[in-house]
Design a binder for this molecule. Structure first.
Ligand code: GRG
Length: 296
């Protein structure tokens, strides 16, 4: 196992533990809702956003116990977005993380409430007393996550995505959509990890911000490439996926070779931001490689 793999596994395990503690036990009423919340969050996912928060926290000298809470808040928002995204009124996906999606395992109404409750639990977690020595900074963190998740962030990006079905988008329009839909939360993850440090170095924060914006976009370009490669290997598609095939992607707009080139340029741009920090930024470098080299 490489150094990165063992760090990632260790971080994923501590995130599982943190999330397990933050989520209400399934024997507490309302038991079905709590069980479904735990189903949607625990035991799956790569925890990419948590890895980013921890790597950024490490560069800024944050205590890992504090980053755990900030990273968990981001993972709770991410899990809520996946639960809602899978519902019939959105992407209508039956499977998530290798098991039935939340509305399939439970029902639509429960899945809706799971998303609502995970979102509020995220903000409750970020409001944990003492998370920051400076209460003003902690308020900034709450605001940062709210903006990244709301209509000027992820939810807004999702609205643009739904509106783009069947339309021919320019690359700049596609980029605008992804910067909001997936990029905003990825950026927030890195920034929140950094904000957990007692003394916030503005130069590092600035570099982390630019790194995270590039890597957030790279994440989506790679996702489109992986989807296109998986689709070309699969001749038949399920009826539920047909709507997604109408959606513009980096591959449909640029072609696979240019999309790969773009992913490489975004990775290089992200790494360039870290260069002044040398070894102290090696975890962020590793996470960038992990995000962009998931299979090619
Ligand atoms: C419903 C408000 C609302 C927003 C949904 C992020 C999002 C917005 C939808 C996700 C749709 C999707 C599958 C996009 C592709 C990229 C992506 C975010 C994949 C899932 O993220 P990973 O790969 O998932 O980090 P894991 O399971 O590893 O956590």
């Amino acid at each position: 196992m490489t150094d990165f793999q063992s760090w990632a596994r260790h971080t994923q395990q501590r995130m599982e533990h943190t999330l397990d503690n933050l989520l209400p036990a399934s024997y507490i009423a309302p038991t079905r809702l709590h069980e479904a919340m735990r189903y949607a969050v625990l035991g799956g996912g790569k925890r990419v956003r948590a890895l980013l928060a921890h790597a950024a926290g490490e560069l800024c000298g944050a205590a890992p116990e504090k980053v755990d809470i900030a990273a968990a808040a981001v993972e709770l928002i991410h899990a809520y977005s996946l639960v809602h995204d899978d519902m019939p009124c959105m992407d209508d996906d039956d499977l998530r993380r290798g098991k039935p999606s939340c509305h399939k395992q439970y029902d639509d109404a429960t899945a809706l409430l799971v998303g609502d409750a995970l979102q509020t639990l995220a903000f409750q977690s970020l409001a944990t007393p003492g998370l920051c020595t400076d209460p003003g900074r902690q308020l900034e963190m709450v605001s940062l996550l709210a903006i990244a998740s709301g209509s000027r962030g992820m939810a807004g990006g999702q609205a643009i995505d739904l509106d783009s079905v069947g339309k021919a988008l320019e690359q700049s329009e596609l980029e605008y959509m992804h910067i909001h839909k997936t990029g905003a939360l990825i950026r927030a993850a890195a920034l929140l990890g950094a904000h957990c440090a007692n003394d916030l170095d503005q130069e590092r924060l600035h570099a982390i911000d630019h790194y995270a914006q590039a890597i957030g976009l790279a994440f989506q370009v790679v996702d489109d490439i992986l989807d296109a490669e998986a689709d070309s290997e699969t001749l038949g598609k399920t009826a539920g996926k047909d709507a997604q095939s109408d959606k513009p992607t980096y591959v449909t707009i640029l072609g696979i070779d240019h999309a790969k080139q773009l992913a490489k340029e975004l990775l290089d741009g992200a790494l360039a931001q870290l260069a002044p920090f040398g070894e102290a930024a090696h975890r962020l470098e590793q996470v960038a490689h992990f995000i962009t080299q998931r299979s090619f």
